[in-house]
Structures are given as C-alpha cells and as structure tokens.
Design a protein around this ligand. Structure first.
Ligand SMILES: [Zn+2]
Length: 304
C-alpha cells in the first residue's frame, strides 16, 4: 500500500501540477498593476507576482527576505522606472544575485520606455525641489491607454523569452485590447458628466488618470510630491478650494486622513479614497479592470 501511495505521489510530481508550474515563466513585478497586466497577456503560461502590495506607497516599500527569494528565481523583472523604485529595488536586485534580471539583461523590463509620461522636467533637476518625481510622473499606469502600451511591451518581452508561446501571447494581447476598449467606453461614459471638474489630490498620483478622463487636478495636499502637508500650504489650499468651489479631495489609502479631513471640514468638500494600485481596496480591486470600476464608482459618488 505504501509503495502504491509513493508511486502515485511520484507520478503527480512528475506529470501533475508541479511539473506544469515549473514550466511557467516566473515574472516578478515591482507593483501589482504590472502583475495584473502580465497575467492578462501571459495567461496560464506565466506566474506573475508583485513585490509591493496594492495598499502600499510604491515609493517606499520595506524590503523583506521573501522578496529576495522571489527575485532569485525570476525569469523576468518588470519595473515602473522613472525612479519610482529607487529607494528599495536596487539593493534587492543586487542581493538577489540573479544575472538574468539585471538592468540591461533580457529579463529586466522597464515599461516606462513606451508610454506617455507627464510632468517631464524641463530645467535642471535638483533634490532641493523635494521631489520624488525627478524624471517625470511615474504614476502613468493609471491611464487605460498607457495600460495598452505597457501590455504591448510585456507581450514583446514574453515572446522573446518564450518564442514557442509567442502566438498565444499575441492572441491574449489582442483579447486584452478588445476588453479594455469596451471597458474604457463604459468608464468614459460614466465620467462624461463631470468633464472639467476640479479636484484636489493628496499626492500627484493622478495626472494621467485625470487627463484621460477630462478631470482637472487643481491642487495637492502635499506641498511637493513626497513632502508631508505643512500648515502654510494647507492654508493656501483651503483658500484656493473655497475660491474655486472645489468639492472633492481624493487621497491614496496609505496617507493619514487627518489633514484631508480638516481641509474638508473647512471647505465643505468630500474626502474620497482612490486606489492607485490593484489590490489596494479590500474588495473590488483584484485586477486592473476592477480597480478602475471601483475608483470611478467612488469618484462619481463624491462628485455628485
Ligand atoms: Zn509619486
């Protein structure tokens, strides 16, 4: 009996789920949105895992030993670039000692290459600007048009790494494009009545989102990206919001509610939590499509 069980276990190891899983391309992404888009394109031929959780500030991720294990066995690493991950990715990458995913290797993909980047600096960049966006705004994934551009780059790289599956990836990319086009029509229609509406956001995470959907981000709770609220800036912001009748403050889930709530109390505005990444909300943000469904529904409630 024991021998039979042993034989069954051995057979399952060789031909069952494990053997199949070992055959999948192992993709590690810095943020969950890239993992979601990779899964859309890669289907069951890839296993995509994100380092940062959707509810974390992607500028500041605390390194963990488990991240090294992930990176050590990765075939492909996908990053946002534009220095979004500069505070935490380089040491992890160094310590992972995985030559396949080193910067410049085929297993390293910085998807900022082929997308629309906003707020590119024109003059000289200095740290005195107190900016965590020195090369342009890195939150560009919050635009469905950029999601397509990201998916195209992912498809190209997956096909390069796994030529035998290139047709499969191409087909899935096509399906994704059709699906997001349909979703985008729905999202645009939902937000159409609010075209031109002025809002304030906590961090400058939403320029691509706002542009795509015709919203106007008129101010920020942070005086500069990455710099916490200050009394003088908050005072100016309150005056501006009163003068321009701005009724919505959108904040990311990882910031302190205190300042937005106090601004709301003095201006009559509504604070709404918008999620910059997949998995940021406890429910209804399991993938890129759900993320937009949830954010747009919450935003509309606040704008009404
Ligand atoms: Zn940022």
């Amino acid at each position: 009996m024991k021998r039979i069980i042993f034989f069954i276990a051995l057979t399952m190891t060789l031909f069952g789920g494990n053997a199949f899983a070992a055959d999948k391309l192992k993709v590690v992404t810095t943020i969950s949105d890239l993992a979601s888009l990779t899964q859309e394109v890669g289907g069951d031929r890839v296993d995509a895992v994100s380092i940062a959780r959707g509810y974390q500030d992607p500028h500041f991720v605390e390194p963990k030993p488990s991240f090294l294990l992930l990176l050590r066995s990765a075939d492909l690493l996908e990053a946002v670039g534009l220095e979004l991950e500069i505070g935490w990715l380089p040491p992890l990458l160094e310590q992972s000692r995985n030559d396949k995913i080193r910067q410049g290797a085929r297993g390293y993909l910085d998807v900022s290459q082929g997308v629309e980047i906003l707020d590119r600096p024109t003059g000289a960049v200095t740290r005195a600007m107190g900016d965590v966006h020195p090369l342009g705004n890195p939150h560009y994934w919050l635009d469905p048009a950029n999601a397509v551009r990201i998916a195209i780059q992912i498809e190209n790289r997956l096909a390069e790494l796994r030529p035998a599956d290139s047709q499969y990836f191409a087909q899935r990319l096509n399906d994704f494009k059709l699906k997001i086009n349909e979703a985008n029509k729905r999202w645009m229609a939902t937000l159409a009545p609010y075209r031109g509406a002025k809002i304030v956001t906590y961090h400058n995470s939403w320029p691509n989102f706002a542009r795509h959907f015709g919203l106007d981000v008129a101010g920020y709770v942070e005086p500069k990206p990455g710099v916490p609220p200050s009394p003088s800036h908050t005072f100016e912001l309150i005056n501006q919001m009163k003068a321009q009748h701005i009724k919505v403050i959108a904040m990311e889930p990882y910031f302190d509610l205190k300042t937005p709530q106090s601004i709301a109390a003095q201006t009559g505005a509504t604070v709404v939590v918008l999620y910059p990444s997949v998995g940021g909300a406890k429910s209804g943000s399991d993938n890129y499509f759900q993320l937009f469904d949830t954010n747009i529904a919450n935003l509309v409630k606040a704008l009404k």
